[in-house]
Write a protein that binds this ligand. Structure first.
Ligand code: SF4
Ligand code: SF4
Length: 78
């Protein structure tokens, strides 16, 4: 099913990493026996102090945006 919304990020991100830990896509991948943090197609990661979204892996569920302490993430229509 085609996605009609997507996750976007603003400049507010402080790199806390909460979004990375609450993301259900990341959690599912993390349960794999052969999970490798360097190669897994995580939906959201933190790099150089800021969250980085992989729009291919992200299912736009919005859980990360609800948990971001600084309101850096938002779900928007495509
Ligand atoms: S997007 Fe929000 S929850 Fe994710 S690292 Fe940035 S500040 Fe933290
Ligand atoms: S919107 Fe959902 S799938 Fe996408 S990064 Fe956030 S928690 Fe993960």
């Amino acid at each position: 099913m085609a996605k009609d919304k997507k996750l976007v990020q603003s400049e507010n991100c402080n790199g806390c990493g909460i979004c990375v830990t609450v993301c259900p896509t990341n959690i599912k991948l993390g349960k794999a026996e052969d999970f490798n943090v360097d190669t897994a197609k995580l939906a959201i990661t933190v790099s150089n102090g800021a969250a980085v979204i992989d729009s291919n892996a992200c299912i736009a569920c919005g859980i990360c945006s609800k948990n971001c302490p600084v309101g850096s993430l938002a779900i928007v229509p495509i």
